[in-house]
Design a protein around this ligand. Structure first.
Ligand SMILES: NC(=O)c1ccc[n+]([C@@H]2O[C@H](COP(=O)([O-])OP(=O)(O)OC[C@H]3O[C@@H](n4cnc5c(N)ncnc54)[C@H](O)[C@@H]3O)[C@@H](O)[C@H]2O)c1
Ligand SMILES: Nc1nc(=O)c(N)c(NC[C@H](O)[C@H](O)[C@H](O)COP(=O)(O)O)[nH]1
Length: 250
């Protein structure tokens, strides 16, 4: 499925929130952009396991533009299992065509190795030379039941409860794979943790769709309570709005 054209004013609106704006900053950590689409009632899907369209076609194109600007795209395995996402980039600058090389490398946070690359949309795109194969972050390489030869598995240190620390994880992904920029697309569990990590997240880009998804929907609401933002700007599209911001560390 092809994308509608990128709105002319989006690149300048987005610029300060993208990795290029931080080029030259000598950081051990990759540039991390947290981005997702939510309804007016702060839901990112209609219900657990239900893939739900929130973005208007023009903000969907924006998401692919964001993918173009990052080395890697990260999701939790809840999203991989629910949505079977492709995670490639279908946007290209004028006069160019999208390709595998312009797609970010998918990174799946899957401590117990529940998601299988075999039979996935990601595998289909990889076979069609339209997307890169994923890096799958697990807790213990020895415990994965089905290993796929085209996927790369990496283990990360975890807490006794099985949680990875985000900063450690991002540093590991940069040192092992050379990712200078990582776009995190969700889902809720991942977003809710990262909203309180200004030490990890460099930019926040949220699409707000003009719809409600109801109380059964998967909610974004950080458990830590109040999260303050700075450098806030809004872009207004035909139906959606997009907020660009930085997490406030104070
Ligand atoms: N609208 C959007 O922009 C958007 C984006 C992504 C996903 N979604 C929706 O979100 C829903 C999925 O969200 P979710 O919260 O169920 O799943 P998720 O994608 O956040 O994945 C959760 C899983 O990731 C792993 N994980 C997360 N944090 C971890 C950590 N610190 N250490 C180790 N493992 C960790 C765990 O296995 C956990 O069960 C789906 O319905 C999907 O459609 C919407
Ligand atoms: N920007 C955005 N708007 C939406 O309305 C929506 N539902 C998502 N959801 C993000 C989630 O991660 C999806 O699984 C991937 O966006 C699917 O990716 P593909 O299109 O298959 O490449 N993201």
């Amino acid at each position: 499925m092809s994308l509608v054209p990128l709105k002319d004013d989006l690149p300048s609106f987005l610029y300060q929130y993208l990795p290029a704006a931080a080029a030259g900053n000598a950081s051990q950590k990759p540039f991390v952009t947290l981005t997702y689409a939510q309804s007016l009632d702060s839901r990112i899907s209609k219900g657990k396991g239900l893939r739900t369209t929130i973005s208007h076609p023009e903000t969907k194109t924006m998401t692919h533009y964001l993918r173009y600007k990052h080395d890697a795209i990260m999701i939790g395995c809840g999203t991989a299992l629910a949505d079977d996402p492709g995670l490639n980039c279908k946007w290209a600058p004028a006069g160019k065509t999208s390709s595998t090389s312009s797609s970010p490398r998918p990174v799946i946070i899957d401590p117990q190795g529940k998601w299988d690359f075999e039979g996935s949309k990601m595998q289909q795109l990889f076979r069609e030379d339209a997307g890169k194969p994923p890096v799958i972050v697990v807790r213990d390489l020895g415990s994965i039941l089905k290993r796929h030869p085209d996927a790369t598995y990496v283990s990360a240190p975890s807490s006794p409860a099985g949680r990875f620390d985000w900063l450690t994880l991002m540093l590991l992904l940069k040192s092992e794979f050379g990712f200078e920029s990582i776009m995190v697309e969700g889902g809720a569990l991942v977003i809710n943790q990262l909203l309180s990590r200004p030490d990890v997240v460099d930019s926040l880009i949220v699409t707000v769709g003009a719809k409600y998804l109801g109380s059964e929907g998967v909610e974004v609401s950080p458990p830590v309570g109040e999260v303050n933002l700075r450098n806030v700007q809004w872009w207004r599209g035909t139906v959606d709005t997009v907020m660009g911001a930085k997490l406030d560390s104070r």
